[in-house]
Design a protein around this ligand. Structure first.
Ligand code: OGA
Ligand code: MN
Length: 271
């Protein structure tokens, strides 16, 4: 779709069990293009889970609600009663030791217009830095905190929600990862700090750390590194969560938008 990111994959039925050749072809395309779009794939939650399971073990989210009998499928059901909060650049679940390698997002119910999603290539963003900046951030590490993205004001409104959030925080203490990570398959390097979850850079003082974080999080969002997708019902996006970030437009209220997500675990980020 652009030189940096995005490809549309056609002539495949994701409701059927994939062959191992199809799985490896999809993985190769994912590594090359960072985000893949498959149109008209009306997967059931069980099919969605089984599809994702071809690519690795699945994560069960500690806060988001899930489909009633499929714990691995998150429901993102946003409306006036539950306004969207994914309208900031982020990678999914960076607060665990081995964050997801990828996510599969299925559009279930869409507003009449709006509700697009953008992805950005953190590899293209890294490549565009000058050598001096690359060496400045080379050996830094940063902290990622579930509490920053899931604040109590939003996710702890009832006593039950508050207890669930407290348990999620306790089970997921702040996690430290390299600021620049290397993709385990392509060997490409990319920026691995984001607006939603990253709280501080460990090796820098608060002022310099905040300045570097601010620079990197706005740099990854530059228009030339990104692609934007206008959803149709049953489109399915598969992104490489290691070297991308995404941003969901929150421009559709008072209409409702429902998405389902499967989250595939990956490996521990390394420099
Ligand atoms: C997600 C997410 C984007 C969207 O599923 O992780 O941020 O467009 N969703 O709903
Ligand atoms: Mn997300």
């Amino acid at each position: 779709m652009t030189p940096s990111i995005g490809a549309v994959v056609s002539d495949i039925d994701l409701c059927k069990q994939l062959t191992s050749t199809q799985c490896s072809e999809i993985l190769a395309l994912l590594v090359e293009h960072h985000v893949l779009f498959f149109e008209n794939q009306p997967v059931t939650p069980h099919q969605h889970r089984d599809l994702a399971a071809n690519f690795g073990a699945l994560h069960v989210h500690p806060v988001y609600p899930h489909v009633s009998d499929v714990a691995e499928i998150i429901i993102l059901d946003t409306s006036v009663d539950n306004p969207p909060d994914n309208d900031s650049w982020h990678t999914d679940v960076p607060f665990i030791e081995s964050p997801p390698m990828g996510c599969l997002l299925s559009a279930r119910e869409l507003p009449p217009s709006g509700g697009d999603t953008m992805w950005t290539s953190c590899a293209a963003a890294y490549d565009a830095l000058d050598d001096e900046y690359k060496s400045l951030i080379e050996n830094l590490t940063a902290e990622h905190d579930i509490a920053k993205a899931f604040p109590e004001s939003r996710y702890g409104k009832t006593p039950e929600a508050q207890a669930q959030l407290a348990a999620a925080r306790q089970k997921n203490p702040p996690m430290i990862h390299p600021v620049v990570r290397t993709h385990p398959v392509s060997g490409k390097r990319g920026i691995y700090v984001n607006d939603n979850f990253t709280t501080r850079i460990i090796e820098l003082g608060p002022d310099k750390g905040a300045e570097v974080l601010q620079f990197l999080t706005s740099h990854v969002a530059r228009p030339e590194f990104r692609v934007r997708w206008e959803w149709k019902q049953y489109d399915l996006a598969f992104w490489d969560n290691r070297l991308t970030q995404h941003f969901a437009f929150a421009d559709y209220l008072p209409h409702r938008r429902v998405m389902h997500r499967a989250t595939i675990l990956g490996d521990k980020p390394f420099r």
